[in-house]
Each structure stands twice: as structure tokens, then as C-alpha cells.
Design a protein around this ligand. Structure first.
Ligand SMILES: Nc1ncnc2c1ncn2[C@@H]1O[C@H](COP(=O)(O)OP(=O)(O)OP(=O)(O)O)[C@@H](O)[C@H]1O
Ligand SMILES: [Mg+2]
Length: 271
């Protein structure tokens, strides 16, 4: 899974809460679950924390060694984390094999970061990985969950499953797995000041200054909050349309009407 483009990453309060949760799972070596609605930023936060923008591309390709690989090795040596996304309807055997290959690769990378003089990892570095994060965890079958539990029991690393609300309910059906869950974290949409903060950045990108004390701005912010519910993905899509509407109409102000026109072009969230 290639890393998300991190250029416009915003360190939100939700991201910080997420990092606290991850830190606790690492420290206590528990299984943790993180659930939240689609598009709130779960994957972006995880990849950021796992430095997957640097590490992911190398692990995806894993070809002949290159000098630039050291950047990925170092990122992995810092994050000490593995990030995995199962495919839809992935057979359990494949999950097991992919995870084992991924972890071996990562251990090798961390070892080479720590011992740059080695040409090949000797594979004797235990405990190099502290954390395994599995995104889209609802895709794991009962058998795949059993593999993950086994991996957790054997290696003692922290494990995090990420998914939509309802994931925690589903896991209740697997008592052996469920009993190992130490933390559950709810990833929430942007709210209040935080949403205003993110919108301020969007306004700036459009070359404008958001002033919440200004009635027009205040109204536009209220509409955006209502339309997106603080959902990051929806917010981005809405702003693509806002930008387009401003341009074609040669407008220089984000008004309620502009927001409304942008909303009407979106397929979802148009309620
Ligand atoms: N911290 C952030 N800073 C900037 N943009 C963000 C941030 N978090 C999320 N986004 C934006 O929101 C989009 C959706 O985020 P993300 O893919 O992480 O959602 P998700 O919770 O994993 O959703 P899903 O459940 O559908 O997988 C991203 O593609 C990105 O454009
Ligand atoms: Mg996601």
C-alpha cells in the first residue's frame, strides 16, 4: 500500500488523540481497535505515524537495492511499525503469508538501518517491530483473525485493527480475539474550532482570509459544517467544487450560495 501524499497533512486534535492511543498500544503490547466513519482521516493518521510515505513505496516494490533505500530503512527504524491493508475477500492463507513476508522485510530494513555496514540482514534481530497496524480490518475473515491472534501471541507486538464503526461489535463474536483487546479508540470527525482551523487553511489556499466574525464567512462555515459533518474527505471534495465555481464565475468570496452550488454538484453528502 503506497503512502498517502503527506504534503497537506494537518496535525489535528484527532490525529494527536490517535497517536496517544497508538503509543499506549505499543507500550502495553495490547491489541487495540480504532473505529470511525469513512473519510475522517484514519488511514492518513496511521500512515503518517508509521512514516509510510517513506517506507511504503520501497516495501511495495522490493526490487534490487538502491542507495536511496536508506531513507526507507531509517523511517522504519524510527517508526518500528508495519502497516497492512488486506484485499477484499482475501483468503486467510494469503493474509498470513503477506504479513509474514512484510514483517520479515521490515525487520531486514530496520537491521540495515542500524548496521549500514551489513550487505544483507542476518535476520536475527528480534523485537525490531513494535507495532502492526491492519487497515480495513473488516475484510479479515474469522480465520485471518485467528492468524493475527497467533502472531500477536507468538511475537508479543502491539496490534491495531482499523475499521468502520461496527468493527468492535463484529469482533465480539470471536471471544479469543476479543479478550485480548486492551484499548478501543473512536476516531471522530472534525468539530467546532478544529473545523474552523482546517477551513482557515482552505480559505488561505484560495487566496482569501477567513474571518469568523464576518457574517458572510460565518454563514459559509456553518453551511460547510452542516454539509460535511466535519468529514475530511467530503470537505476536500467540496472545496474542489468551491474552487471551480469561484473560478468560472470570477468570484472572490466564498458565500453561502457558492457553498450551496458546490454541494449540488456532489453526489454524496448532498442531503
Ligand atoms: N490530517 C489530515 N490532514 C489533511 N488531510 C486529511 C487529513 N486526514 C484526512 N485528510 C483528507 O481526508 C481524506 C480521507 O482520509 P482517510 O482516507 O484517512 O479516511 P479514512 O478514515 O481512512 O476513511 P475510510 O474509512 O473510507 O478508509 C484524505 O484523502 C485526505 O484528503
Ligand atoms: Mg481508510
Amino acid at each position: 500500500m503506497t503512502g498517502h501524499r503527506m504534503g497537506n497533512f494537518i496535525a489535528t486534535k484527532e490525529h494527536r488523540r490517535f497517536v496517544e492511543f497508538v503509543t499506549a498500544v505499543r507500550k502495553h503490547r495490547y491489541i487495540g481497535i480504532c473505529f470511525g466513519p469513512a473519510g475522517v482521516g484514519k488511514t492518513v493518521s496511521t500512515q503518517r505515524h508509521a512514516k509510510w510515505d517513506k517506507a511504503g513505496p520501497l516495501l511495495d516494490i522490493w526490487g534490487p537495492r538502491d542507495r536511496s533505500d536508506m531513507i526507507a530503512y531509517k523511517a522504519l527504524a524510527q517508526s518500528r511499525a508495519a502497516f497492512y491493508t488486506p484485499m477484499v475477500s482475501e483468503p486467510a492463507r494469503q493474509t498470513r503469508d503477506n504479513l509474514s513476508r512484510l514483517m520479515t522485510h521490515i525487520e531486514g530494513c530496520i537491521e540495515l538501518a542500524q548496521h549500514p555496514e551489513r550487505r544483507l540482514p542476518d535476520g536475527k534481530g528480534p523485537d525490531l517491530i513494535q507495532l502492526l497496524v491492519i487497515d480495513k480490518a473488516e475484510r479479515l475473515s474469522a480465520q485471518a483473525l485467528e492468524h493475527v491472534r497467533d502472531l500477536f501471541d507468538r511475537t508479543g507486538i502491539g496490534v491495531i485493527l482499523i475499521g468502520m464503526p461496527g468493527l468492535e461489535k463484529r469482533l465480539e463474536r470471536y471471544p479469543q480475539f476479543y479478550s485480548r483487546i486492551g484499548f478501543a479508540h473512536h476516531y471522530r470527525p472534525l468539530q467546532g474550532d478544529e473545523l474552523t482551523f482546517v477551513l482557515t487553511r482552505h480559505w488561505r489556499k484560495l487566496g482569501m482570509t477567513l474571518d469568523d466574525a464576518d457574517f458572510t464567512d460565518h454563514q459559509a462555515v456553518a453551511s460547510i459544517a452542516r454539509i460535511t459533518g466535519g468529514n475530511f474527505r467530503l470537505l476536500h471534495r467540496l472545496f474542489v467544487q468551491i474552487e471551480r465555481i469561484l473560478k468560472i464565475n470570477e468570484l472572490s468570496l466564498v458565500t453561502d450560495e457558492v457553498v450551496e452550488a458546490a454541494r449540488s454538484t456532489l453526489v454524496i453528502g448532498a442531503t
